[in-house]
Design a protein around this ligand. Structure first.
Ligand code: NAD
Length: 311
């Protein structure tokens, strides 16, 4: 699909929240459509985008004055209703027709957004993403989309600028959020158990690289063993690009939905406790892969190139 085909009839696109995920997604939208109005509470986050040709705005309302379709990628689900409906919120803008939420806000916040947007007659594409900053930069994110058919028909093609795969999971916004928080609960569980298994392997004298080679050729393979540990933990870079606090947020969102729906989660509950500990013990900026450091501390080993026992 050519860029011109990709935005049927939209005079403007906008983007709010230019962080680890938002910035590369916004960059690809700008490259595909030649125009983008942007806003972030941090001026320095807007600079690389404006240097590439985007127009900086002073508030969400200003973005929604310039853009018919506004994307948001924000870290705090509780902030979303204000970004939409606050004094400087998106709904004060005159051009906005559709909101595309690529953040992970969870099903409960999505239900509130749905009410606000329905009342304002603004379309809502619930479109959380998976694949990390690298997947975003390379245009191969997976989008877990949910929207009413008429909204998806209009806005779905815009996702092609940054998605490798779009899975339409339902026609009720919020369903994408449920899939996404469950996806992250599974991913968070994989990180936790891989850290524990590697700590034991290293303490018992095994080489961590060879351990991962064997597991990745076996049935223990997961996204932590195949990607996050070889790329970010063994070389001690801890730079996957997804903050541990965001993972804690997503696990908590999944577990609150489980509680609301009265679905027991014995494994999920334990994983939730571990990520609550990560949230309490590590800095707000710590990468999700730094969960390994917590487990290393308990086991008294370092997983990685040192590969040896600390004590
Ligand atoms: P981030 O903290 O790197 O970036 C968030 C950006 O939003 C920052 O630039 C911040 O200044 C800005 N911001 C915060 N509040 C704002 C407001 N009220 N108005 C305007 N800008 C505001 O977070 P991130 O990693 O980019 O994550 C964003 C969302 O994407 C989260 O919901 C996260 O769970 C989800 N997500 C992240 C990843 C990842 O690998 N990083 C992957 C999939 C989904």
């Amino acid at each position: 699909m050519s860029p011109a085909d990709a935005s049927p009839g939209f005079t403007g696109l906008g983007f709010i929240g230019l962080g680890a995920m938002g910035a590369p997604i916004a960059r690809r939208l700008l490259a595909a459509h030649g125009q983008l109005a942007v806003f972030d509470t941090r001026a320095e986050a807007m600079r690389p985008l404006t240097e590439a040709g985007a127009v900086a705005c002073g508030s969400p309302a200003e973005v929604a004055d310039a853009a018919e379709v506004v994307f948001v990628s924000l870290p705090d689900p509780e902030a979303m209703p204000a970004v939409l409906d606050g004094p400087d919120g998106l709904l004060r803008g005159r051009a906005i027709r559709h909101l595309v939420d690529v953040s992970t806000t969870g099903p409960a916040v999505a239900a509130r957004l749905r009410e606000i947007l329905d009342a304002a007659k603004v379309g809502y594409l619930d479109a959380p993403v998976s694949g990390g900053p690298t997947g975003a930069a390379e245009g191969r994110l997976t989008v877990m989309a949910a929207a009413r058919p008429e909204v998806f028909a209009e806005t779905g093609p815009l996702l092609e600028a940054f998605a490798g795969q779009v899975v339409l999971v339902g026609d009720e916004p919020g369903q994408g959020q449920l899939v996404k928080v469950l996806n992250n609960l599974m991913s968070a569980s994989a990180l936790a158990i891989t850290a524990e298994a590697l700590a034991l392997a290293v303490k018992a004298g095994l080489d961590p690289g060879r351990f991962l080679d064997a597991v990745n050729a076996g049935s223990g393979r997961n996204t932590a063993s195949a990607d996050k540990f070889p790329r970010c933990v063994l070389p001690r870079t801890f730079d996957y690009g997804f903050r541990g606090q965001l993972m804690t947020k997503d696990v908590t969102l999944a577990l609150s939905e489980a509680a609301r729906q009265q679905v027991p989660m014995m494994v999920g509950g334990t994983v939730g406790q571990l990520w609550t500990l990560v949230g309490a013990e590590q800095d707000a900026d710590a990468d999700c892969t730094e969960i390994a450091k917590l487990v290393e501390g308990w086991a008294g080993v370092t997983i990685g190139q040192a590969g040896a026992h600390d004590r």
